[in-house]
Design a protein around this ligand. Structure first.
Ligand SMILES: NC(=O)c1ccc[n+]([C@@H]2O[C@H](COP(=O)([O-])OP(=O)(O)OC[C@H]3O[C@@H](n4cnc5c(N)ncnc54)[C@H](OP(=O)(O)O)[C@@H]3O)[C@@H](O)[C@H]2O)c1
Length: 350
């Protein structure tokens, strides 16, 4: 079912004020769509989007009546960026007949290695190679909260299954580490802040070899638009065409900010509080993108070109007063112990 009311396609993005919703809304607007995004707080909407005609509707994702009301007579694309549990998914079921292409944002956190480890388990996972969509997933649900490391992936699996078993043409997307304007958390901040602080060194655990596949929100938006054009029941990985090592990521950031630093590549087994960063993985996590490519996915660019948007946004944010919430949360605190680094480097030099 494609509605094309008056030739204008309509999209509704639930939880649309983060990086994914922002990038998808921007892409669809460019291609002539009418877009509504929802969230809890209008101040989180990317301001330029409002100027370009995006409509914002405040709504609690768990309120079925509110979701139905904003869906109205139906849309061509429903993108759900705030579907975390089977219950969230069930809420959508009676509404799916009003949607041309329903797309749910899941996560690579659903994947489980041969020993039951996953991207949020205390012990890091070790996959045999690039992860395909038919890789084993965690068992659904269980007794953990959906916002815990153990529960997040399990509840995503449960939500996926509700939608995939509905008979509707639901596309489930599994992104990895999302970057883009309004990313939460904006992981590259660990290197951007360092460059803005004019740090003369960057310390990198595991000699900077960690790999955890990035997903540009702009690339994900290309995949969402493709799913809108070709509705169908399916699961697709959603990641960038390349999966750079942390060392390369740090270099992309330093080069973009015009900063030079000495790279201190710490060997395996060095003190864990030194040189940690968000891509610090003993075994690479890479998503196989061939299923998306087969469908026609054409990424807009590789990591180094697509991440620039987030880097510029972060540089602007860093000058804000008051200090922006995106940069202040506890996620980053362990990455900026400059005193411990300086002590280590002094001892090493002396
Ligand atoms: N970020 C990543 O690296 C990553 C990786 C893999 C998968 N994912 C998946 O991507 C999706 C999130 O996308 P994102 O990173 O673009 O967004 P995000 O920054 O996490 O923002 C989530 C969005 O959902 C809204 N939201 C959350 N809970 C809600 C509720 N109870 N009622 C109404 N709105 C609610 C938020 O509204 P407010 O702004 O008003 O709070 C916001 O618009 C999630 O499904 C997540 O599991 C993210």
């Amino acid at each position: 079912m494609v509605l094309y009311r008056g030739g204008v396609r309509e999209a509704l993005i639930l939880g649309g004020t983060g990086a994914i919703g922002t990038a998808v809304a921007r892409r669809l607007l460019t291609h002539g769509w009418k877009v509504t995004v929802t969230g809890r707080d209008e101040s989180h909407v990317d301001a330029p989007l409002l100027g370009q005609g995006v409509r914002f509707q405040a709504l609690e994702r768990t309120d079925r009546g509110a979701v139905a009301a904003v869906l109205g007579a139906g849309v061509d694309l429903l993108l759900d960026c705030a579907c975390f549990t089977a219950r969230d998914a069930e809420l959508l079921l009676p509404l799916l007949s009003l949607v041309g292409s329903p797309v749910m944002v899941s996560s690579k956190a659903v994947y489980m290695d041969a020993r039951g480890r996953h991207s949020n388990s205390p012990e890091p996972p070790c996959f045999d190679g690039p992860i395909r969509e038919d890789q084993a997933t965690l068992p659904p649900g269980g007794g953990w909260g959906q916002d815990t490391g153990e529960g997040y992936g399990r509840h995503k699996v449960a939500a996926e299954r509700v939608l995939l078993e509905s008979g509707a043409p639901v596309t489930v997307l599994r992104p990895s580490k999302v970057h883009g304007r309004r990313a939460r958390p904006p992981r590259e901040w660990v290197f951007v802040k360092r460059a803005l602080d004019q740090r003369p060194f960057v310390l990198l655990a595991r000699e900077g070899r960690g790999v955890d596949h990035p997903t540009s929100a702009a690339n994900l938006a290309a995949l969402v638009e493709l799913a809108a054009e070709k509705p169908g029941p399916r699961v697709l990985n959603a990641a960038d065409p390349d999966a750079p090592e942390a060392l390369e990521i740090s270099r992309v950031v330093a080069a973009h900010l015009g900063h030079r630093w000495e790279e201190v590549l710490l060997p395996e087994g060095a003190r864990p509080e030194l040189g940690d960063h968000p891509w610090n993985r003993p075994f690479p996590i890479v998503l196989d993108m061939s299923a998306a490519e087969l469908l026609g996915y054409r990424p807009v660019g590789g990591y180094s070109s697509t991440v620039v948007e987030e880097l510029d946004w972060l540089t602007d944010l860093a000058g804000s007063d008051p200090w922006p919430r995106e940069l202040g949360d506890g996620y980053f605190s362990r990455y900026f112990d400059y005193e411990a680094e300086d002590r280590f480097l002094e001892r090493r030099a002396g």
